[in-house]
Design a protein around this ligand. Structure first.
Ligand SMILES: C[S@@+](CC[C@H](N)C(=O)[O-])C[C@H]1O[C@@H](n2cnc3c(N)ncnc32)[C@H](O)[C@@H]1O
Length: 287
């Protein structure tokens, strides 16, 4: 089986027009931060952010398969001492375009930078919003299950009498859980807080996320041979996760320095079973 990595220099709103409908099974991406990194790449003010992201909606919707997922990793921002709600407004704007908000995952960074702020504690997490086009979407929970450990035994040891038999819902909804079902089980689903340490500096890009972050969602929402898109690819972390997990991937960035960084980072040292294609927007247009 030959897998394909495409690294493309260009504005993803234009680049994606060359791809067929429903081509991708997963869009995993982290868009430019609102205002935060002006020195490094064009940034958008928090007030303009929802409209900026909506300008990608048409192509994202078109190129994503009907059972595909769109996971948006996005960092919140404090403006004048208050949380600016541009992130929530962006989510609402996407919902109005038809995207279904399936779940809000949090990326927890156990090694977040220490510091002191008078009115709040340190930022230790970022959102990963999970959107789909349809309620029936592909999800491969077995691929992210984790060992149960001795959780069930410990949990049951603390229960006695009726509570050890069945834990009924406290709001009379009729739902209940029988904790004994978990005895002897080896694996359990992880929660929707994904703990991944930040990567070290000097990657040549100011906002690199760790490869383990896209990897978690790639495993959860795609299978081997599926196609993944990162339309704000930066240093190409999503590409590394996709390659390591035998997926096809398209990486797009409109900054030449980051495009070149991707070429370097996803170099040709491991071409076994994989076809790489390095293109810029003009080359793509001529194909
Ligand atoms: C937050 S960074 C992504 C970092 C990436 N997740 C990584 O691990 O390296 C966002 C990237 O989006 C790129 N970008 C901004 N506008 C774009 C556009 N219209 N098309 C393609 N890329 C764009 C920026 O150059 C920047 O590298």
């Amino acid at each position: 089986m030959l897998y394909r990595t495409e690294i493309i220099f260009g504005d993803s709103r234009e680049v994606l027009k060359k791809y067929p409908d429903s081509h991708f099974n997963l869009i995993f991406t982290s868009p430019p931060y609102a205002d935060a990194r002006r020195k490094h790449y064009d940034s958008i003010s928090p007030d303009e952010f929802p409209d900026f992201l909506l300008s990608f909606h048409e192509q994202f919707w078109r190129v994503l398969s009907e059972d595909g997922s769109f996971v948006l990793n996005i960092k919140d921002k404090v403006v004048n001492g208050r949380r600016n709600r541009y992130v929530w407004k962006t989510v609402m704007a996407l919902e109005e375009k038809g995207w279904l908000s399936i779940d809000d995952y949090l990326w927890l960074k156990p090694n977040a930078m220490p510091g002191y702020w008078r009115n709040r504690l340190r930022d230790e997490w970022e959102y990963c919003f999970h959107f789909t086009k349809d309620k029936n979407f592909a999800m491969y929970q077995d691929a992210v299950k984790k060992p149960m450990g001795d959780w069930a035994e410990k949990r049951l040891a603390n229960l006695n009498g009726k509570s050890a038999e069945r834990h009924n819902s406290e709001n009379s909804s009729g739902f209940g859980r029988d904790l004994r079902n978990w005895l002897g089980k080896e694996y359990v689903l992880p929660g929707n807080v994904v703990q991944v340490p930040l990567v070290g500096k000097n990657m040549g890009h100011p906002a690199v996320f760790p490869v383990k972050l896209p990897e978690f969602f790639i495993k959860l929402f795609t299978k081997e041979g599926d196609s993944i898109l990162d339309p704000f690819a930066g240093s190409g972390s999503t590409g590394i996760a996709a390659e390591e997990n035998l997926r096809n991937v398209v990486l797009v960035d409109n900054n030449l320095d980051y495009y070149n960084l991707m070429l370097k980072r996803l170099g040709s040292d491991n071409l076994l079973g994989r076809k790489r294609k390095f293109i810029n927007e003009n080359e793509l247009i001529t194909k």
